[in-house]
Design a binder for this molecule. Structure first.
Ligand code: F6R
Length: 608
């Protein structure tokens, strides 16, 4: 989704702006632009539809030594991707970049008769509104920004510069993240801390309703109501290697292959194998509060939602006295749902910025329900707004498709469930097998990835010609099927849907024909034989089946079989999900698509 960068200091601003925007490319965008302002009060505005490389081509003839500037990658919402709609937008002496959506832009636009609009964007309305306050010289830039923002409904992260005072950037946020990087004789801004990595380790995360005046050696923050805010400088933990490809062709493959290590980070200091216990510090709930939990709501979108579904299957296996409801954030935020007493909500998000998930968090909090974040990005909005939390510590995910976060989210939630179970006095003999398997999981993941990568690649080559796929599973393998289908569709554009095996006869079986292939997840266990019967039904109708199983004796005549060799019994679906991830990756590479930045998608979905 849209990205913002900004620089004021002693170096050439264009250099940071372009390199910062490149770091934000992973978020998804369709046009980009930068503006810098010289000491002689001249602005150089360069914008391009397409990639940052298109912008760089235009820069060749427009190199400037200006020491201040702002930049943007745009993911179209109002108006098609085009140079005219790309940011920065201009009004009078002002240039502005904006993330978010101005909901009342139509009404505001009617009041701005003096401005000649050059784009279809809501953002240009905002900069024109700021300029309407600024141009008479009655307000300082920051005060003009505040006056305008008081009239705005919607979400924004903005950065504004004026050619009149080329030593300051004014930034503000409400619902769209902004991070200020504190450097030596320079101050940087970005909508995502990854753009700052390598430049500074010190960051200030702006909160909603705050506005800041940024100069090379000073940062002044206040609220829209003019109350001063004392800034908290935090450390950026990410290092450069974590956001580079590290020898892999694509971030997606790197992040899939990283899972043994990223899961170790999730588990670090939290698993006590000898005593069959887990220890989570973050949730901050007392033993009494944990004992009292009767209902869990798990909220997320996309992959985070699937992680919640899978975790729910596990948690209810060992915590009999609670009910669990896993909900899609974009739906739940508008439902009139009754939340029973003694509920706790798990707010699951890799980015910690997803607009719908954040909105749910705020709605749930209003009802007095305790919220616990299962978040990856440190310092993100959700992480800061929840009552307590368990960071999943999976490390940066750059590829748009979420992979390693899923594995870590499931296990972090299972550990939270075990924390409740421990407080409720569930017998150690019940919990111990889960702890044992969690501890073994990183090595098992390593083996499954190493043992199956080539085979999955070979099979993927065969199935790249299909436009339709059905993923099937039951019990814990059902969320796995859902996640597998999502991964395949989002990166390879194959129309893939998931069904619980038991649902086949209720409709989807009608689809089975030569245009489809069916991926069947078949973990050994209580429902294995029933799932096998379902596979037979698909085969009897001419289906093309890829079976994924941990049953070494599996001998059904299907098109392709992937046998997972593992000692695990409980968390086998997580291992099966690795196969889905690899399969989606290799099908996409075989089709020649952009696997890290699928069309139309963005990494963190900060608009509704
Ligand atoms: C799928 C994917 C998305 C995200 C969803 C939620 O691969 O990446 O479905 O899982 O947009 O994002 P977060 O977890 O950042 O809230």
């Amino acid at each position: 989704m849209c990205g913002i960068v900004g620089y004021v200091g002693e170096k050439r601003a264009q250099d940071f702006l372009v390199s910062g925007l490149k770091r934000l490319e992973y978020r998804g965008y369709d046009s980009a632009g930068i503006v810098t302002v010289s000491e002689k009060n001249e602005a150089t505005l360069i914008r391009a539809k397409g990639k940052i490389s298109d912008l760089e081509r235009k820069l060749i003839d427009n190199r400037r030594d200006d020491k201040i500037g702002i930049g943007h990658t745009r993911w179209a919402t109002h108006g098609e991707p085009s140079e005219a709609n790309a940011h920065p937008h201009q009004a009078g002496s002002l240039y502005m970049v904006h993330n978010g959506i101005i909901e009342n832009c139509k009404e505001l636009k009617k009041t701005l008769k003096g401005h000649q609009f050059k784009s279809d964007t809501d953002s240009e309305v905002l900069v024109a509104l700021i300029d309407s306050f600024y141009k008479d010289g009655e307000y300082l830039l920051v005060d003009a920004v505040v006056q305008a923002l008081k009239l705005v409904q919607g979400t924004y992260g903005i950065a504004v510069v004026s050619t009149k005072n080329p030593d300051e950037i004014v930034v503000a946020r409400s619902g769209s993240p902004l991070v200020i990087g504190v450097g030596q004789d320079e101050t940087l801004i970005a909508s995502d801390a990854s753009a700052l990595v390598g430049h500074t380790k010190r960051a200030i995360y702006l909160n909603d309703g705050e506005v800041a005046v940024i100069k090379k050696n000073s940062i002044e923050i206040k609220t829209l109501n003019a109350e001063p805010v004392s800034a908290k400088v935090e450390e950026i933990e990410t290092n450069l290697s974590a956001i580079q490809k590290g020898g892999y062709d694509h971030f997606l493959l790197k992040e899939i292959m990283e899972q043994p290590d990223s899961l170790v980070e999730t588990l670090r200091g939290r698993v006590d194998v000898d005593n069959g216990l887990v220890h989570l510090g973050g949730p901050g709930l007392s033993e009494k509060e944990l004992r009292g939990i009767q209902h869990l709501i798990i909220v997320g979108c996309g992959t985070a939602y699937h992680a919640g579904m899978l975790a729910a299957y596990y948690i209810e296996q060992f915590t009999p006295e609670i009910t669990i409801e896993t909900v899609i954030a974009s739906e739940y935020r508008y439902r009139q749902a009754y939340i029973p007493k003694n509920s706790v909500a798990l707010i699951v998000s890799q980015s910690g910025e997803t607009a719908d998930t954040l909105a749910c968090l705020r709605e749930i909090k209003k009802q007095g329900v305790k919220t616990i974040g299962i978040v990856n990005v440190i310092g993100s909005t959700i992480a800061r707004e929840v009552d307590g939390g368990t960071y999943v510590h999976a490390g940066p995910e750059i590829s748009v498709a979420s992979t390693k976060a899923f594995t870590s989210q499931v296990i972090a939630m299972v550990m939270f469930g075990m924390t409740i179970a421990q407080a409720k006095g569930v017998r150690n003999t019940i919990l111990k097998p889960y702890v044992d398997e969690i501890a073994k999981l990183p090595d098992e993941i390593k083996n499954v990835l190493a043992g199956n990568r080539e085979k999955v690649k070979e099979i993927a080559g065969k199935y790249k010609k299909y436009d339709h796929a059905i993923y099937l599973g039951r019990d814990t393998a059902y969320p796995t099927a859902m996640e597998g289908a999502l991964k395949l569709k989002e990166v390879s554009y194959t129309d893939a849907n998931a069904y619980a095996f038991g649902e086949l006869k209720h409709g989807p079986l009608a689809l089975v024909d030569d245009r489809f292939f069916e991926t069947a997840f078949l973990p050994k266990g209580m429902l294995y034989e029933k799932a096998i019967s379902n596979v037979q039904e698909v085969l009897a109708r001419g289906g093309h089946v890829i079976a994924v199983t941990n049953n070494a004796k599996f001998d059904l005549k299907v098109d392709d079989t992937i046998k997972i060799d593992t000692q695990l019994e409980i968390f086998v679906p997580i291992l099966m999900n690795l196969i889905s991830q690899l399969f989606a990756y290799y099908v996409t590479v075989a089709k020649g698509y952009n696997v890290d930045q699928p069309r139309n998608l963005a990494k963190s979905v900060t608009v509704e």
